[in-house]
Ligand binder design. Structure first.
Ligand SMILES: [Fe+2]
Length: 261
C-alpha cells in the first residue's frame, strides 16, 4: 500500500492575514497533524495556490513551513502562483516539462501525475497543446499502471458560484484525453476550497478543502462582492492506493476558529 497526503490552497503570506485567516498557523497545524498521524506517507502533494501574492519572500517562507513535513512534498501551481518562482525556489521534481510545473512520479503501486493548469495573470486555467501532448505521452508510456491525476483547476462545471468562469478553458479536451486511458483511477482537484466528489466520463473525481479558508456552498447564492469565508473547518486528504484501487479520507486538522482573527 502507498499512502499519500494531499494539501491544497495554502494561500500563504510571509506576514499578515488572508481573508481574516492566519496562513502560518494553518500551515503549521496541517504539518503537525501529518507528522503526528502519517509518518508512513510516501509523499505530500500540494495542489496549487501555494501562496496568495506570489512574491519570492512568500515562496521562501512557505517552503520553510512545508520542509517541516517528515516526507517529500510536491509543489503544484494554481492561479495565485508564479510558475518561474515555483521552479526557481521550490522542490519541483526533475524529469517533467521544462517550461511548466508538470511532472509524474512512479510509486510501488501507481503513477502520480501533477498537471500545470496555470494561465499567467488569470483566475481561470488553461491546458495547452504542449501540456496535453506531454500528458498523453506520459499515460501511454505507463499503460496498465494505476494513475492519480492532480490538477488545480476543475475541468468541469461543479455548480458553484463564479466557478464556471474560473474553470479550465480546455477542460473538455483534458477529459477526452484522460478518458482514453483506462489506467486513470482518480482525478484530484484544488481551487474550489470545498469538498465535492462525483464521476465524469466514468472517472471518479474529488476536490479538496483549503488549508486556509473555506468557500461557502452554492446556496444561498454568493459572488465575489458578497464573499465571506464559510465557518467550516479545513481538512487535508489522506490517499491510499492498493491493488489498483484508491481510498481518500478527508481529515480535519484543526477547528474552524483556529487561526481566524
Ligand atoms: Fe485557492
Amino acid at each position: 500500500m502507498t499512502k499519500l497526503i494531499w494539501l491544497s490552497d495554502l494561500h500563504f503570506v510571509a506576514e499578515g492575514l488572508v481573508q481574516g485567516h492566519d496562513p502560518q498557523q494553518r500551515l503549521d497545524m496541517a504539518v503537525a497533524h501529518v507528522n503526528a498521524q502519517h509518518l508512513d506517507a510516501a509523499c505530500c502533494v500540494v495542489s496549487g495556490d501555494l501562496v496568495d501574492r506570489a512574491t519570492a519572500a512568500d515562496y521562501r517562507a512557505v517552503r520553510a513551513g512545508l520542509d517541516k513535513l517528515a516526507m517529500p512534498w510536491l509543489p503544484m501551481v494554481g492561479n495565485h502562483d508564479d510558475r518561474a518562482l515555483v521552479r526557481a525556489l521550490l522542490p519541483v521534481p526533475t524529469g517533467g516539462m521544462s517550461d511548466f510545473v508538470q511532472y509524474a512520479m512512479t510509486t510501488d503501486v501507481g503513477l502520480i501525475v501533477c498537471l500545470d493548469t496555470l494561465t499567467p495573470g488569470a483566475d481561470g486555467g488553461s491546458f495547452c497543446a504542449a501540456r496535453q501532448a506531454w500528458l498523453h505521452d506520459c499515460l501511454a508510456r505507463n499503460v496498465g499502471m494505476p494513475a492519480l491525476i492532480f490538477m488545480h483547476h476543475p475541468p468541469m462545471a461543479l455548480g458553484l458560484p463564479m466557478q464556471d468562469s474560473d474553470r479550465l478553458a480546455e477542460g473538455e479536451a483534458l477529459l477526452d484525453l484522460l478518458a482514453e486511458h483506462p489506467n486513470v483511477r482518480q482525478l484530484c482537484i484544488g481551487h474550489v476550497h470545498r469538498p465535492i466528489t462525483g464521476n465524469i466520463r466514468g472517472m471518479p473525481f474529488a476536490t479538496m478543502r483549503a488549508v486556509l479558508y473555506q468557500a461557502p456552498p452554492p446556496v444561498p447564492a454568493w459572488d465575489w462582492d458578497s464573499f465571506a469565508p464559510a465557518r467550516e473547518a479545513p481538512a487535508l486528504g489522506v490517499i491510499h492506493m492498493k491493488d489498483g484501487g484508491v481510498l481518500l479520507q478527508y481529515e480535519q486538522f484543526c477547528d474552524a476558529e483556529e487561526g481566524v482573527r
